[in-house]
Design a protein around this ligand. Structure first.
Ligand code: ME8
Length: 658
């Protein structure tokens, strides 16, 4: 029985077929799969879309370099994605390919409709094009006048006749939309980036190419056969054509999407171009565009040339698919970057899964087997353990919003609380003591409590770890479905009396990395090796840093921090605070930033006014004593007190430091 009939259309990006899938692709797909599974469990009409993006120069060139026809090459790589998702039991409802005939028809219809609306015109385009990113960049954005600012590869100058989409017409409408729908872009920290970009001014978008022909042709009525569609127009439209847009409209009522998952690399396309296209087509916008962060491997960017790309199939085969899913979703706050290492994965498996969940299952199997022939009866749980039940239900009630606000790591964190309650209850009430004291009813109720907690947790964990949770629920004599979700996870029902089935340990302990060739260079190893280096000074420096606990970072990690010169244009005390000053700091933007600084013990508001400071300008905003703080000031503090770090000579507000 379903208690809701809302629709949930959930999408992943469609992946380029220029390469096979790695853990980044698996991450996006696993998050989407988790959301789709949860939506189905709660009775929503769910449609989950994934697929492959197969047009464009990049694919044409990848095929050529392998001496294959472009279509044959696209077929081959697309199939590797599909097989991987099938082997991973990804619960997609449709796998779309942009070479599907229906998709191409839909893209042509969109082109015709946008043109009829007056949003498409023909002109000449001259610009620097990056084939790898399939994007034009203005000259000022290029690195050393030539290289792509996104991927660093060489760009080519392209001058060609092109059709343009009037993106500039949508600048105000987009800004209004972001303002009216603060949750459109998740996480919210990413929203500001997009707003700033749009505020910077949108130029019209070139949406056709004549320099190659592996793409969707213009509709016949345009009589312009040398043009093919820009891959991003083609690709973004997949979210609509998958529902039948432009052909049979079979599932079109699924639109708008509830959540469109993407990596942060393609946020601009999804949060600016895509809504503008939809506005032009008079269609509603998706509820959320959710952008996750980037996975690295042992701290380094993954790339084929470095040979450090993590193959998701290899990891899942070695460590278990569900364990891999849990690790990816638990390890990184959504939106943040994550690092893959076998050590981190093993820690999660042994600790969260083995110690907390698996061990609890073993304990309840052991206790019920020893004292009650495996029988479990929940009749008296509430009589003896109401406060534990209340605690468990309070945690469970917090979960659902966390999932749909894309705080999946917090969802899992909160879901672990009931397990702590259960483990604590066993330690505190000690079933063996209860039995010795002849309190059988109480001991049985304790078993009932533990089994019920395991059942409730397994229901809510099922979307993340479907196979493991199926094993748990089978052992506990129930099935995970909309009915049990409603009664036991959302509601307070406990398990019907049942006989516990013995199962093998769910998470055998892992003592060492299971994938030899993936073994990261161990720190000790690297310092051993470095002893052999002739440059001993270099070694000493490294050793010193390590001894002082200073982690070494690469220059690109340093440049992830935006440091700017700021001028304090207003300063006052935060009422009732001994430590805080409220500053307005000009960092060269339209408006000064508000910064709450804990410096009042050393600087008065007057001291700070009209002085220059160094500001960390890309920190997530935080609230301090109810005041929003949009940056941090650099200062140095020792036993003599604190002093601000300032430019030696006055500098224009907003000047970059680095
Ligand atoms: O961009 N960490 O396709 P793509 C995390 N075809 N996620 C990663 C990742 C990493 N290291 N590497 C890739 C395209 N991803 C277009 C999309 S949609 C209309 C068209 C994930 O094959 C992440 O989701 O380059 C990213 O957005 C996606 O793969 C890009 O896949």
């Amino acid at each position: 029985m379903s208690n809701t009939c809302e629709k949930a259309y959930i999408t992943t990006p469609i992946y380029y077929v220029n390469d096979i899938a790695h853990i980044g692709h698996a991450y996006t797909t696993i998050i989407a799969d988790t959301l789709a599974r949860y939506s189905r469990m709660m009775g929503m009409e769910t449609f989950f879309l994934t697929g492959t993006d197969e047009h464009g120069q990049k694919i044409e060139e990848a095929a050529k370099s392998r001496n294959k026809s472009t279509q044959a090459y696209a077929d081959e790589i697309s199939a590797t994605f599909k097989t991987l998702w099938d082997d991973f039991d990804i619960s997609y409802d449709k796998f779309i390919r942009t070479t599907d005939a229906d998709h191409m028809k839909g893209v042509q219809k969109a082109f015709t409709d946008m043109h009829a609306k007056g949003d498409i015109y023909k002109d000449t385009y001259k610009g620097h094009y990056c084939i790898s990113c399939e994007t034009f960049f203005p000259a000022i954005q290029l690195v050393d006048d030539e290289f792509c600012p996104e991927c660093g590869k060489s760009t080519t100058v392209v001058e060609e006749e092109s059709y343009f989409f009037r993106l500039s017409n949508y600048q105000d409408k987009l800004l209004q939309y972001y303002e009216d729908n603060p949750d459109f872009i998740l996480p919210r920290s990413k929203r500001n980036e997009v707003i700033r970009f749009v505020e910077g001014g949108l130029t019209d978008l070139s949406i056709t190419r004549t320099s190659f022909d592996w793409g969707v042709k213009l509709p016949k009525e345009f009589n312009d056969p040398k043009h093919v569609m820009y891959v991003w127009l083609d690709a973004l439209m997949n979210y609509l054509t998958a529902l039948g847009y432009g052909t049979d409209d079979a599932n079109i009522e699924q639109w708008p999407a509830r959540i469109q998952l993407i990596g942060k690399d393609i946020l601009r396309f999804h949060a600016i171009y895509w809504p503008a296209f939809l506005m032009s087509l008079d269609l509603p916008l998706p509820k959320h565009i959710a952008a996750h962060g980037w996975w690295t491997r042992d701290g380094e960017k993954m790339s084929k040339s470095k040979g450090n790309v993590v193959n998701p199939r290899e990891v899942a085969d070695a460590y278990g698919l569900d364990n891999f899913r849990y690790f990816m979703l638990r390890e990184v706050p959504f939106g943040g970057d994550g690092d893959f290492s076998q050590k981190a994965l093993i820690d999660r498996i042994n600790s969260d899964l083995g110690n907390d969940l698996g061990n609890l299952m073993n304990r309840v199997i052991g206790m019920s087997g020893k004292y009650f022939d495996g029988k479990i009866d929940s009749a008296n749980v509430a009589k003896y353990y109401q406060s534990e039940l209340d605690e468990v239900h309070a945690s469970l009630n917090k979960l659902e919003p966390l999932l749909f606000e894309m705080q999946i790591h917090r969802y899992l964190e909160e879901l672990w609380r009931p397990l702590t309650v259960a483990n604590k209850a066993i330690d505190m009430y000690q079933p063996w003591t209860l039995m010795k004291e002849g309190k059988e009813e109480e001991a049985m109720a304790l078993n009932g409590l533990i089994a019920a907690i395991l059942a409730k947790v397994s229901i809510m964990l099922e979307p993340v770890m479907p196979a493991v949770c199926a094993k748990i629920s089978k052992a506990l004599g129930f099935e995970i479905n909309n009915d049990t979700w409603t009664r036991m996870a959302k509601g307070t029902d406990l398990l019907e009396p049942f006989t516990l089935e013995k199962i093998d340990p769910l998470f055998p302990r892992i003592e060492e990395p299971l994938l030899e060739q993936m073994e990261p260079i161990d720190k000790k190893e690297s310092s051993k090796k470095s002893e052999k280096k002739s440059d001993k000074n270099e070694d000493k420096k490294e050793d010193k840093n390590e001894a002082e606990g200073i982690a070494l970072i690469g220059i690109d990690q340093f440049f992830q921090t935006s440091l700017k010169v700021g001028t304090v244009v207003q300063a006052e005390e935060v009422p009732k605070s001994k430590k805080l000053l409220l500053l307005q700091v000009d960092v060269g933007e339209d408006e000064p930033r508000q910064v709450v600084a804990g410096i009042k013990e050393w600087y008065s508001a007057e001291d700070m006014l009209n002085t220059q400071v160094c500001v960390v300008a890309n920190l997530k905003p935080a609230k301090l004593m109810g005041y929003k703080s949009e940056g941090m000031l650099l200062a140095a503090k020792d036993e003599d007190g604190l002093c601000m770090v300032r430019p030696e000579k006055p500098k224009t507000a907003g000047t970059n430091i680095g």
